[in-house]
Structures are given as structure tokens and as C-alpha cells.
Design a protein around this ligand. Structure first.
Ligand SMILES: Cc1ncc(COP(=O)(O)O)c(C=O)c1O
Length: 397
């Protein structure tokens, strides 16, 4: 049964403060102030689906936490989820486990590129994409998106020009896109992938937000685009962690259909990736895909209702604040530049409203004045955050 919003929140809301939560308990370290209302980082105040809690409880009660392997049942469940959700039939042979999506990005960068190689990303984009390129001494190339009526779009000419000019070797595709909130259409994906093919660019598809696409927006896994025409240049990574609030369990899925790319990865892994599997991570992922479908639908309704509150309330009370469209993810950006100088954003958000948010400049140069909110939370926090913004805005006027 899909719970309605109130029942979902009543059933799954859980306090996170004083639980070693990065979101709640590292505010002093990250923002210099322990008393902010945290509405940042993609991490929720909801318990995982019951199926996950029971599977973990049973395993924890068993009491022995020895080395584990990922059973065939895991791959069947994962493949069923991918097929039922997106029509993508994933074969076990294509899959490799990872201890997280960001870890996998570091592995791919080392495995498929050399120092100095140019790597392209599309800001505003998830900040670890910048880090992986810089940390590993690759050359950062950006093709910034263009905002059109609250919707970020890729400028395909710029994308191709940047690839050509810089002899780009690898593209990190974020699909759905965080923080743009875009669910790429298949034709947009096809245009990106065709450009990558033309210039022989390898594509890392980070599809961790795959399960959040709303209304008519449908997520298409990159390997399915144009009936699989570009599959041979795609390395896919996704996880149940964003969808079911499991990121602390460190488990993600790598899918590489192309034999040569997979062999290259296996050779790299043979030398560099020696960690064992986290038994609780793959168990929780399997349980989420097996029994978490209705929970996820309930959660999505909470997110959409929170989003409607933000949009409607700001629309009425702070009409100069522009809330970006939310086609996917649970992390909309808001452009505050209509009433604030970009350099005053932090003072307004943090000192006046007492909120901890992700700031636009974390996602790329030129996005000062935007903030990103995390709406996968109790509506009371969203209301509190928005109401504080409205109150402080009124004081300014
Ligand atoms: C696009 C994207 N990739 C990766 C991650 C994090 O993945 P992991 O926790 O598995 O490293 C996030 C988290 O918000 C994300 O938005």
C-alpha cells in the first residue's frame, strides 16, 4: 500500500540529531555554526523501507559479520528493478560492485584516462565531479548549461565546441541531473551521446538519481538510448542509496556492457580495488529493490508536496525568488538574485534565516546567488525553512 503523505511522514520520520549524522551533526565543521536548520546534502530524515530494516535486523541479530559475496539473487532483483522501472535488462556478467558512486568515479578516472586528459562536465553540477578531475590531475573542461525559464538546458554547440577544442577524452554525464533537477529526454541524451561518439569520448553515466523522475518525465538509462547505439562507450553507475536513504551503507552498482571496457576495468580493479563487500550494503540494496517500491512512491509524493509548498509560498511572498523546475531528483535550486546581491546570499540564508543549504557556487563558477534545497525531508522542516525566508525577506523590504 502506498501511504499518503501524512502517514508516510508519521511512519518513517526519524530524528537524526546526535546520531553522527553528517547532515545534522557536522554543521559547525561545515558551516561554522551548529544551530542551523539543515536542508542541505542529499540525505533524508526518513527510515528506510520496512523490507530493508527487516533484512538488516535479521542479519545484525545473526551476530556474525564475516566476509560475504553478492549472491545471484541480488543480481536477479537488481535486474528486475532495472527492467520494471526502465525496460533495461541488465545481465549479471556486466555488473561490478562499488563502495559508492563517488568512489567509482575515482576508479573510472584512473582506469580510463591519463593524467592531463581533458574531462568534460556540465555545471551547475554535483561538486565531486570537479573534485575527481582536479584531485587526479586531469584537465577540467566545462560546458555550462543555459537557464531558460527556470529550466537548465544543455547548449549542444558549446558542448561539442568544448570537446573539440580541448580534445576531451571523457564526459561525466549526470542523469537525472543534480542540481539542475533535469530528467534528460531521450533525444537530448541522443544528441549528447552522438557528439561523444563523433569525437570518441567515453561516457561515465552517473545515474544515482534514476528513481526520481516525476510526471511525464521518464528516465532513460544511457545504454538504452537509440536502441543501444552508444552502449559500447558507456560505463554506468547507479545505486539504491539516494532512493532509499542508504548512503552510509556504501554500496553501488557498476554496469559495463562492452567487453573491452569491462576487461579494462577488471584489470584496473585487479591492481587497485581490494576492498571486500559490505555485507549490509548489498543486503539492504537487494531488500530495497525487492520490497521498497511502495515506500518510494510514498516518498515521491512527500517530495512533490514539499516542492509545491516551496514554489507556491515563494511565488506569493518572494516573487523575485525563482524556483527551478523539478523534473527529477529531490534537490531543486532557487535563484535568489532577483532580490539579493549574490555576495549577500550567505548572510541572508545563514545568518538571518539560520539555514544550512548547498550554495550555488559549490556547483560551479557563476552560480553564486543560487541555493539548493533538499526536499526529501519532513514537511515541517521545509515549511520552517521557507517561512524563515519569507519573514527575513519581509524585514528587508
Ligand atoms: C550525482 C550524484 N552522484 C553521486 C552521489 C553520491 O554517491 P555515493 O554516496 O554513492 O558516493 C550523489 C549524492 O548526492 C549525487 O548527487
Amino acid at each position: 500500500m502506498i501511504l499518503d503523505i501524512k502517514d508516510f511522514v508519521d511512519t518513517y520520520y526519524v530524528e537524526r540529531k546526535n546520531t553522527n549524522s553528517t547532515k545534522w551533526d557536522l554543521l559547525e565543521e561545515r558551516f561554522g555554526d551548529p544551530d542551523l536548520l539543515p536542508i542541505w546534502v542529499a540525505d533524508m530524515e526518513f527510515k528506510a523501507p520496512d523490507s530493508v530494516i527487516s533484512a538488516l535486523t535479521e542479519r545484525v541479530q545473526h551476530g556474525a559479520y564475516g566476509y560475504s559475496f553478492i549472491p545471484d539473487a541480488y543480481y536477479n532483483t537488481y535486474s528486475n528493478w532495472m527492467e520494471d522501472s526502465f525496460g533495461y535488462k541488465v545481465e549479471k556478467e556486466w555488473c561490478r560492485p562499488a563502495t559508492g558512486v563517488v568512489s567509482a568515479l575515482y576508479w573510472f578516472m584512473n582506469c580510463y584516462t591519463e593524467e592531463g586528459d581533458a574531462v568534460i562536465i556540465t555545471p551547475p553540477v554535483y561538486y565531486p565531479f570537479f573534485n575527481v578531475i582536479r584531485d587526479l590531475d586531469r584537465t577540467l573542461v566545462t560546458a555550462d548549461m543555459t537557464e531558460n525559464d527556470g529550466r537548465f538546458e544543455l547548449d549542444f554547440d558549446l558542448f561539442e565546441q568544448k570537446i573539440e577544442e580541448n580534445d576531451v577524452k571523457l564526459f561525466i554525464l549526470c542523469s537525472p541531473h543534480n542540481p539542475a533537477g533535469r530528467v534528460w529526454t531521450e533525444s537530448e541524451l541522443e544528441r549528447m551521446l552522438a557528439i561523444c561518439e563523433k569525437h570518441d569520448v567515453l561516457v561515465i553515466a552517473d545515474e544515482i538519481h534514476q528513481d526520481f523522475a516525476y510526471g511525464e518525465h521518464k528516465h532513460t538509462p544511457a545504454p538504452l538510448v537509440a536502441d543501444g547505439k552508444y552502449t559500447d562507450r558507456i560505463v554506468l553507475v547507479n545505486a539504491a542509496s539516494k532512493s532509499f536513504n542508504l548512503p552510509g551503507l556504501l554500496h553501488a552498482n557498476i554496469v559495463i556492457e562492452n567487453d573491452a571496457l569491462r576487461k579494462q576495468f577488471d584489470d584496473y580493479a585487479g591492481q587497485h580495488i581490494k576492498s571486500e563487500k559490505n555485507i549490509l550494503g548489498h543486503l539492504a540494496t537487494q531488500a530495497a529493490y525487492e520490497g521498497g517500491g511502495e515506500w518510494l512512491e510514498g516518498l515521491k509524493n512527500v517530495i512533490l508536496s514539499n516542492y509545491a509548498y516551496v514554489r507556491e509560498t515563494l511565488g506569493v511572498h518572494i516573487p523575485e525568488a525563482k524556483v527551478m523546475k523539478l523534473e527529477g531528483t529531490y534537490l531543486p535550486m532557487i535563484d535568489l538574485r532577483g532580490f539579493l546581491a549574490p555576495e549577500d546570499t550567505k548572510e541572508f540564508v545563514q545568518e538571518k534565516c539560520r539555514l544550512a543549504v548547498d550554495y550555488g557556487e559549490w556547483f560551479g563558477e557563476g552560480y553564486e546567488g543560487y541555493i539548493r534545497l533538499n526536499l526529501a525531508t519532513h514537511p515541517k522542516f521545509v515549511k520552517e525553512a521557507v517561512d524563515r525566508m519569507v519573514e527575513e525577506y519581509k524585514k528587508m523590504k
